[in-house]
Design a binder for this molecule. Structure first.
Ligand SMILES: [Mg+2]
Length: 247
C-alpha cells in the first residue's frame, strides 16, 4: 500500500501525457504498480458505437429540452438520471424510447477491433475481466453470446446505482477480493467510465477514438484519466509498460 502511494503520482504524471508514458518505458518496469484485473465498459468500448445518442436524446427530451440540457451539461447528458425524476407515465414512455434505440443498436452490434485479442492477452496473464454498462442485461447477454467472450462480473443497468457512481466498480473489486487501486477501468466515456474509476480509486483509461477529449477538456471537466488511447490496440502497451500484471 505504501509503495503504491509512492508510485501512483509517477503514473499520474506520466499518464497525463500518454506519449511521454510511451517514451519512458525503460523505467516503467521498475515503477510498475500491481494490476489484478481490468473492467471494461461495453457500448463504444468493447462494441463499436451503434446507438445514435443525440438522436435518442432528442426523441426522449424533445428538441428544446435537449438543447437546453446540452448547454447546461457540456461534458454530456445523463439521460437515465434525468428521467428518474419524471412522473411514472412520462418515465415509462422515455424508457420505451431508449429501449427501442438500444434494440436497433443490438441488431447492428459489432465487436471493437482488438477487443478479442486484448481479452486473449488478459487470459494469457490470468487477469480478471469485468464489465460495467449502463445498458440492459439483455444486451450484455447478447454480447457474451454473439462474440463468445465472457466477463465476470458483468453489471448492467439493473445494478444500482450505475456509473458514474463508483459502486459497480467497488462491487466488482469486492467480488474479486482485490483493492480498487489494483484494477483499471477502460471506457469511452469521460463522465461515466473515467468518473466511476476515479471515484472508486482505480486506474482509468479513456478510449478516445476521435480525439474529442484533449487534456484541457478533461481538466475543465475536472476528470483527468490516467491514460488515454485512441484504440484498444494501444491498451496492450499501457498494460505492459506501466503495470505488473499479477492476478
Ligand atoms: Mg461507452
Amino acid at each position: 500500500m505504501t509503495l503504491l502511494c509512492l508510485l501512483r503520482p509517477v503514473v499520474f504524471l506520466l499518464s497525463s501525457h500518454p506519449r511521454m508514458a510511451m517514451a519512458h518505458h525503460a523505467s516503467a518496469t521498475a515503477n510498475s504498480a500491481r494490476l489484478r484485473g481490468v473492467v471494461f465498459d461495453m457500448d463504444g468500448t468493447l462494441t463499436v458505437p451503434v446507438i445514435d445518442f443525440p438522436s435518442m436524446y432528442r426523441a426522449v427530451l424533445g428538441e428544446d429540452e435537449y438543447s437546453a440540457m446540452k448547454s447546461r451539461n457540456p461534458s454530456g447528458i445523463d439521460i437515465l438520471h434525468h428521467i428518474e425524476t419524471w412522473d411514472p407515465d412520462k418515465q415509462r414512455r422515455a424508457y420505451e424510447t431508449i429501449a427501442e434505440y438500444e434494440r436497433q443498436g443490438l441488431r447492428r452490434l459489432q465487436i471493437m477491433p482488438s477487443a478479442k485479442e486484448l481479452c486473449d492477452f488478459l487470459d494469457s496473464k490470468q487477469m480478471r475481466r469485468g464489465l460495467i454498462t449502463r445498458n440492459v442485461k439483455e444486451a450484455v447477454d447478447l454480447f457474451h453470446l454473439r462474440f463468445g467472450l465472457t466477463f465476470s462480473p458483468a453489471l448492467s443497468r439493473e445494478f444500482h446505482p450505475y456509473k458514474p457512481s463508483p459502486e459497480p466498480l467497488l462491487h466488482i473489486c469486492s467480488t474479486w477480493d482485490v483493492e480498487p487501486n489494483e484494477v483499471m477501468i477502460v471506457g469511452d466515456s469521460l463522465k461515466d467510465d473515467v468518473a466511476c474509476g476515479k471515484r472508486a480509486g482505480a486506474f482509468t483509461c479513456l478510449l478516445d477514438e476521435t480525439g474529442r477529449y484533449d487534456s484541457s477538456y478533461c481538466e475543465a471537466a475536472g476528470i483527468v484519466p490516467d491514460f488515454k488511447v485512441s484504440s484498444l490496440a494501444e491498451v496492450f502497451l499501457i498494460l505492459e509498460e506501466n503495470f505488473e500484471l499479477k492476478p
